[in-house]
Design a protein around this ligand. Structure first.
Ligand SMILES: Cc1cc2nc3c(=O)[nH]c(=O)nc-3n(C[C@H](O)[C@H](O)[C@H](O)COP(=O)(O)O)c2cc1C
Length: 148
């Protein structure tokens, strides 16, 4: 399925909370987001977007997973997880912060992978595709909205 641009109004506000900590062990740390009560969460999928921090106003390049993490979990709980593209030093500790996710494009459906290694390979490719979306005219337009 080709990548699909997401309406620039697709924005999700929430707070960074602790996840299962699996991503850190995999060398692919993610920030887990608890969406604000009543917030409209986009349908399960992998997306490119921007993570805007309410405190300080920094905006980070991001690849976002919304789904049940079927590779690891067998429960219906939907997780919102964000991989920020910068180094840990650039991004720092997000825990407890209020953030807004600004969605740019839908990259693919969530999959149940046979191994964690297969998931990592796919996630690295997601980040590569996400970078291209963020650098596109639409991606830069959404970033300007996130900074406003
Ligand atoms: C770019 C990206 C793509 C992902 N794709 C999938 C996927 O297709 N299937 C899946 O089960 N989990 C997927 N995940 C979610 C991972 O399972 C999750 O980040 C990992 O289990 C770590 O979770 P934790 O931080 O709560 O421990 C993806 C996460 C990211 C950041």
């Amino acid at each position: 399925m080709p990548d699909i641009s997401v309406a620039e109004t697709a924005r999700l506000a929430g707070t960074v909370v602790h996840g299962a900590g699996r991503g850190r062990h995999l060398g692919f740390p993610t920030a887990n987001i608890a969406p604000d009560p009543g917030a409209a969460v986009p349908p399960p999928a992998i997306y490119s977007g921007w993570l805007a921090r309410r405190a300080g106003g920094a905006v980070h390049r991001a690849t976002i997973s919304i789904g049940t993490n079927p590779t690891f979990c067998d429960t219906p709980q939907v997780h919102t997880e964000v991989y920020c593209h910068g180094t840990p030093e650039e991004v720092g500790d997000l825990y407890g912060e209020r953030v807004d996710l600004w969605f740019v494009a839908r990259i693919r459906d969530t999959e149940k992978f046979a191994t964690a290694g297969d998931l990592l390979t796919a996630a690295r490719e997601d980040v590569r595709r996400s970078e291209a979306h963020l650098d596109s005219a639409h991606g830069r337009h959404v970033r300007a909205a996130a900074l406003a």
